[in-house]
Design a protein around this ligand. Sequence first.
Ligand code: NAG
Ligand code: NAG
Ligand code: NAG
Ligand code: NAG
Ligand code: NAG
Length: 509
Amino acid sequence: MDWTYLVIWFLSLSVSECRQPSDSLLDVEVQSPQYPQPYSPNLLRKWDLWVPDGYKIQLSLTHLDIKASPGCDHDSLTVLNDEKVLGKFCGQENSTGKEPIISQGNRLTLIFQTSDFDAELQQHVGFSAISKAIDMDECSQSDPGDDSSPICSQICINSPGSYRCSCHRGYKLHLDKSTCLISCGRQTFDKHEGHLASPRYPHPSPPSLSCKYIISVEPRFNITLNFTDSFHIDSTDTEQGPRCLHHWLQVTIPNREPMKLCGAKSPGLIDTNSNTVTLEYHTDVEGLSRGWSLDYGTSVIDCGEPEPLLNGGVTFLTDFQNQYGSVVQYHCNEPFYTLPGGKNVTFTCDANGKWSSNHNDVALTCVPVCGQPTKLISTYQRIIGGSDAPQDTIPWQVLLNVDGRRAAGMVIGDRWIMTAASELTHGGEPVSEDTVRIYMGSSDIETLLGCPVFAASIHVHPEYNNPNLVNFNNDIALIKLQDPITFNSSVMPICLPAEDATYDTGLLG
Ligand SMILES: *[C@@H]1O[C@H](CO)[C@@H](O)[C@H](O)[C@H]1NC(C)=O
Ligand SMILES: *[C@@H]1O[C@H](CO)[C@@H](O)[C@H](O)[C@H]1NC(C)=O
Ligand SMILES: *[C@@H]1O[C@H](CO)[C@@H](O)[C@H](O)[C@H]1NC(C)=O
Ligand SMILES: *[C@@H]1O[C@H](CO)[C@@H](O)[C@H](O)[C@H]1NC(C)=O
Ligand SMILES: *[C@@H]1O[C@H](CO)[C@@H](O)[C@H](O)[C@H]1NC(C)=O
């Protein structure tokens, strides 16, 4: 006990006596005037005793010698606690065996009163008492009787002049210094699986909770929350439907809108596709939530197979397969296709389980390479007097069969053949696409005819008008193929001129 810390003093407000505050807890003697000489008549003397908060006064009468009268009506010593009389004394008594008087609070009043008598015949000496400050054991105080709660909701620790409250494990002392609240401030979970539940689950959740749970595992992992069926978080019916107004469990996954859960339906499984998730459980003094519990598990993030690339391919640069951190590179089937800009496009399996690109502006398409035959013709000649074109030197050249007539065309795209409008009209009308067959990929006619390609539609220039075969203006038409062609050394598009290109006459085409 640290007695030096405790200060006690007594004040006497009696008519004559005025004690200075004392700075010690020493016992204080209070005596009737002139004690141990006989007291005088017609006295009315009052002592107010007080000690600091947290202490009580223990008053021991060491000697009492007051003229006795019925009900001590004449001469008396009265001890009061506030207005309440604790005892009225007269007669003769020793302290021996007498219980001391203990104040309820930290104050006690003594009143010594004597009657009108002949002082010469008076032999009574009055009283002598010892008053001391004793520690009040706040902890053992019974309930004040009104319905108020005990001074400490869990553990009470008495100390001289004071007391303090403490809480069991898992609880923390509220700001009011007496109530114990569930301690759920901030808990972090870093194991690959675990269990979380609302405080006191399966019992209802206490009010005024503000709990935060953080699940955080290595970036390779993906957290899945599995709520059990018994789920109940108070929700409030509003005009807009049920709302999580007073109680909620907020689930926050990085880069996503947080979700507030409440109601009586278990959310079941939540795939976070993330390696961190924060849960915040809030209750206030209104409403009642029966609580929730969940198991969480983790699995390695898997981005799935990377998207295939038409006329190209994808290569794994790491050996994690489709898992987090894996890097793949896309390429086009050279030399017939190329990636626009010729960029080295890699994708990485990210923490969100997505393949994310190093060039996020790239449209991943393999563009056909035009006009680059793998074999070149060494001599150029007019058709008249010409010679056979070696295989693969004019890979855009196709043979057309239009309703039994032969014609020629060229590949300009993977679905498009360009030819003359005069080849695709009959009597001024476009022929039906059913009558058209396209042959490509070989300079050997036998081989060529073995494998026709079919037309999906015919598009004749709208201003081509040559019913009598005299006006060959706008003599151009397109055939759309039913299926796209995959280019190779034998089939490749010719390059179209630029949109605004002009040509001088007399040049070799
Ligand atoms: C009070 O105590 C004294 C000695 O301590 C004794 O002589 C006396 O008789 C006692 N008086 C009464 C009234 O008990
Ligand atoms: C979720 O938990 C339930 C038990 O509450 C269990 O039966 C079920 O298999 C779990 N689901 C997953 C995907 O772990
Ligand atoms: C995360 O785990 C869940 C459950 O195992 C799974 O369904 C989901 O595809 C995983 N997500 C990723 C990105 O791997
Ligand atoms: C593309 O990436 C591959 C492999 O990472 C590398 O060998 C090649 O040099 C790169 N090409 C360019 C143009 O950066
Ligand atoms: C080239 O492509 C054409 C059209 O798809 C096909 O008919 C031909 O067999 C292919 N040639 C080679 C050498 O792959």
